[in-house]
Design a protein around this ligand. Sequence first.
Ligand code: COA
Length: 389
Amino acid sequence: MTTLAQKPEIHEGLKGVYFATSEASFIDGEVGKLLYRGYDIHDLAEKSTFEESVHLLLHEKLPTRAELAAFDRELKANRALPEPVIQVIRLVKDAHPMDVLRTAVSALAAFDPDTEVKYDRGNPQPFTEATFRKGIRLTAQAPTIVAAHQRIRSGLEPLAPRNDLSQAANFLYMMFGKEPDPDDARLVDVDLVLHLEHGSNASSFAARVAASTLADLHCAVVAGIGTLKGPAHGGAAEAVMQMCLDVGDPDKIEGYLEDRLNRGERVMGFGHRVYRAEDPRARHLRERSHQLGNKKGQPQWYQMLELIEKRMERYQSRGIFVNVDFFAGSVYYLLGIPEDMFVPMFALGRVPGWVLQCLEHYAAPELLRPLTWYTGPMDLPYVPIDQRS
Ligand code: COA
């Protein structure tokens, strides 16, 4: 009979476990501080753009004007999808947009010019360079996938990306078929910056696990997309907006919240595994949600959010504060983005973060393989099938 060793300490949910070092982002959950490569998220959200912040993450520095122009050209040159991938999107058009994004990214691997470059421990440089190029392509192609899917499922033809528009503006153009209001484009731009990178969140961890096996970047990004889809991670923005739509009237929100909290249910858009203070990203969407609601003649959504935030203040003593998803849903809704595309919006921002964390992991490729403590029976006798009851 095998003797079981003493049960080790189990870190449920890997809470509080450090497994790697990273230069991508710093989070201080106690005070609500977030830095990308040392730069404060507040500065980046207000002063930077998606293109500039992605350059910071992937090229490890804020770009000069010339560097930014070159990087922007590179992103723009990689936006189009191979025609067979558009055919794949047509085939799966009735699936959830996250499933379509996951499937299309998977299909893109088959057409990627660097698909044959394999990891070589003796000479990892070609693989690293290929991964970097793939990362640029995936960052540029992801919005084209999401917009093409939306057009196809609406019975419209996908639009070719426009190279005179920023990543955010071009995405809105490809979605809605007209050049966007500059304020709307800037709002999406800020939203993308806010979602770029966030430490070892579940989807970045999943991407790293795939990268740790030396699987290629497309595999890792597919793992990230699949993990982000879950309601405990990327789905909260949609749930918040759904709550507002269900309630429908700011006067009814108090009663709705009381009922919900009395039933012990969570209020979406509050709480975070890491933050015990306000999520620093939330502030940049709070006022923008307010302004956009007024501009679109729909102030009721922000009014409801304000009332919910007020009611939830009493949870702050338990470390439960508003998170980035709380205001994101109303912003997407007011921009006309369908609710099932709120999670893909998050993914469009997060692709560069996944890419960066995979690059970090490939640079020091340690297989991620934790342990589970077996609690089942031991050494059972094998009974032939005819003798089993
Ligand atoms: N509303 C009400 N209570 C909440 C809450 C919320 N949004 N989030 C956490 N809590 C409570 C839990 O009920 C639990 O209470 P208990 O100790 O009395 O059982 C306590 O706070 C700790 O929750 P726990 O799930 O252990 O914390 P976590 O760190 O694992 O969870 C989240 C983090 C994000 C999964 C959780 O806060 C949540 O479900 N939030 C709503 C979904 C959301 O907004 N997700 C987006 C995150 S960016």
